[in-house]
Design a protein around this ligand. Sequence first.
Ligand code: UDX
Length: 468
Amino acid sequence: MGAVHAASRHQLNGHTRAHNIAVVGSGHVGTVMASGFASLGHHVVGIDRSEALVRALSDGEVPFHEDGLPDLVRDGVRSNRLRFTTSYADGVPKADFIFLAVDTPATPVGAADLRNIRAAAHSIAGSLNGTNPVIVNKSTSPIGTGETIEGIIRGKIAATRREPRIVSNPEFLRQGRAVFDFFNPDRIVIGSRSNRDARAVASLYQGLGGEIIITNLRTAEMIKYVANSFLATRISFINEVARLCDALGVEVDHVVAGIGHDERIGTHFFKPGIGFGGSCLPKDIAALRYMGEALGVSTPVLSAVQQVNQHQRTDAVRKLRSLLGSLDGKRIAVWGLTFKAQTEDTRESPAIDVMGLLLNEGAELRVYDPVVRQREQPRVPARIRDALVSDPLEAARGADALAILTDWSEFQTVPLAGLRSSMTGNVIFDGRNILDRTTAEDAGFVYVGVGRPHPAATPATRKAGAAA
Ligand code: UDX
């Protein structure tokens, strides 16, 4: 069922009244939460400091890629259950619940940067006007942040002799699938000192399904970090297994199938590739490690997860070098710039890291991405931006090799015969294992994937050859 249609399934039932909700931060998470709650029947105000973003959303325009979100925002705005403003004074006083959905980027040492959270908490505190709404922290933030917010609010409501009502309610939304994930939660995690406030927040999600887990503030904050760190661990684990498969001549896809039928293991999140990226997994695993180290707790498993993740990038370049010889002057077509498919986000994109390494070895790139087309992408290094072309076959024209670095399904539909005739060379490095190797080899390509061994790129095979 489409994510937006799912909303009709979830209209508030009789005994749950509509609440007034303010959501601070209108990015992927905040806008999905605001429009999702509006579709459930609540009255929602989205607050953001960007005039341009507030104007676009108020016009029902969503300036970033999120399946189903434009319809949800437009429905909410048209039904007068959803509006956007830059003013806390406008959005805060009437709110029963105020959600914090601002970003907490990583600092260079790995600690989460809480400037946005603190600023939002101060702005909320300054606009309460004697009210005492439940303040719900949705942002991924270090263990103890709930107490920080509590201290900021307490300073402002001390005269009322009331306790701040702080709840941690971490999000588990995946970029590109955030609307679906909002309407189909596996679980709703809620941390609070007050069971009453926790249950009040739980009631907002009435009818969405998913296990309601009520705990204390710190445990809710920890659950989020551990969830993302475990997801990252699964990816690095299967990437390490894929490296062993390459060396031992074993098919990683079959290994995943063979272990995944054990219900304790499963097959999800076991796709080998050039590693994980995005604005969440890398940041959250670094933040959890930082929290441990700050308290003298070493985290060698998480450290290894990060190391394997970095190695996947350099291993991609090693494989291309093993097939092309020196990369200096070689023309390499690259498909995929974003950190994963179904998003325009290039933050911590493994594809960008691999392209940087190829450029450092003198390769000439031609880059195609289905959504990152325009050249004014500030996060993308100029040398890569300047290599952008608007068609996958144009990127491949005259190329010695093709490197597929993001798992857009569009790449599976490019005719291989046309691809072969447009390229000069015949090497495909499939960094996300999205093509079928036999089909590619039948079309005349030398195919190299991740954990899909090929004799020319298998170190063990070469050693055996040397011994013979
Ligand atoms: C992640 C978590 O999944 C989500 O629950 C949390 O709320 C936010 O962080 P997201 O960052 O949007 O979501 O992306 P995700 O789909 O988890 O992928 C993260 C990275 O891992 C991407 O670079 C992706 O390509 C990579 N990945 C994912 C793999 O390499 N292999 C896999 O099997 C899955």
